[in-house]
Design a protein around this ligand. Structure first.
Ligand code: SAM
Length: 276
């Protein structure tokens, strides 16, 4: 008998993945956690029934959420990741020679431990000298650290449960205070196809907290709608005016210097949504 993982992407639409083996399941202090091995996407981290990251397509999300802000900032030295317990963002951040320290603030230590055990391709950099792992609530951490980080990446689950407080204007204002004077932050900001009102509200909340606000997109096969938004709040640097000739060739599979600006060219329905 075949075993299939069904992920409800929105109330009336789902994706299903044929499962080779269920590697681990548990209820942590924060969420239901599963790691399953699938025929099409390899090992997957699933939290509260939602696919977070997979061996086969994680490179898209982790490259775009990191290299866009890090190649926009003129000299990123200290970087914070809120969430991101799988370690993919940290792995990509440490490809930037200017980065002296990459701090991960993940609320659920079991995500870090199990991704180290079952998804080393993604979590491999968490034990690097330049990485520091802090287990705690990102909301509290950001409030307690002022004028400290050049780039902050909010690599969170969807806006419910522990992550709900990561999607509001008060958090964005505390991010502003946690950033240095020319700091940049980027958050994953959900699917404009299935959750337009969420995307619109988040964009305008970020716009209310930052002088420069830009949305960019990436095609992620396992994410709802397969077309995902990220929103940048920046104090000084505009990603769409970066001289892409200065961007070095990098060890990537999705991100490249021409895409650095092109990803900010939005489809009309998304442009109309956030500008409306
Ligand atoms: N990086 C993956 C991807 O490709 O989308 C998924 C994101 S990562 C697994 C999301 C993490 O955010 C989860 O491990 C979750 O525990 C964490 N998280 C949720 N709310 C948080 C909070 N308030 N502070 C810190 N981490 C939080």
């Amino acid at each position: 008998m075949d075993l299939w993982l069904k992920e409800l992407q929105i109330e009336n639409a789902a994706m299903t993945y044929k499962v080779k083996e269920t590697l681990h399941t548990e209820k942590t202090a924060y969420q239901d956690l599963a790691i399953v091995d699938t025929y099409e996407f390899g090992r997957m981290l699933v939290l509260d029934g939602i696919v977070q990251t997979t061996i086969r397509d994680e490179f898209v999300y982790h490259e775009m959420i990191t290299h866009i802000p890090l190649n926009t900032h003129k000299n990123p030295r200290k970087v914070l990741v809120v969430g991101g317990g799988d370690g993919g963002a940290i792995r990509e951040i440490l490809k930037h020679p200017s980065v002296e320290k990459a701090v991960l603030c993940e609320i659920d230590g079991r995500v870090v431990e199990l991704c180290k055990q079952y998804m080393p391709e993604i979590s491999c950099a968490l034990s690097s000298p330049g990485a520091e792992v802090f287990i705690g609530d990102g909301i509290k951490y950001v409030m307690e650290h002022k004028n400290e980080f050049d780039v902050i990446i909010v690599d969170s689950t969807d806006p419910f449960g522990a992550a709900e407080g990561l999607f509001n204007i008060n958090f964005y204002k505390s991010l502003y205070d946690c950033l240095t004077e020319d700091g940049i932050f980027v958050a994953q900001t959900e699917t404009p196809f299935y959750l337009p009102q969420v995307v619109k509200k988040v964009y305008h909340d970020i716009k209310a907290a930052f002088p420069i606000t830009r949305m960019f997109m990436a095609a992620i096969p396992t994410y709802p709608g397969s077309y995902w938004s990220f929103t940048m709040g920046s104090k000084v640097y505009d990603p769409t005016t970066v001289d892409t000739f200065t961007i070095p060739d990098m060890d990537t599979r999705y991100y490249h210097k021409d895409l650095h600006k092109a990803c900010f060219v939005l489809p009309k329905y998304v442009k109309d949504l956030i500008e409306g």
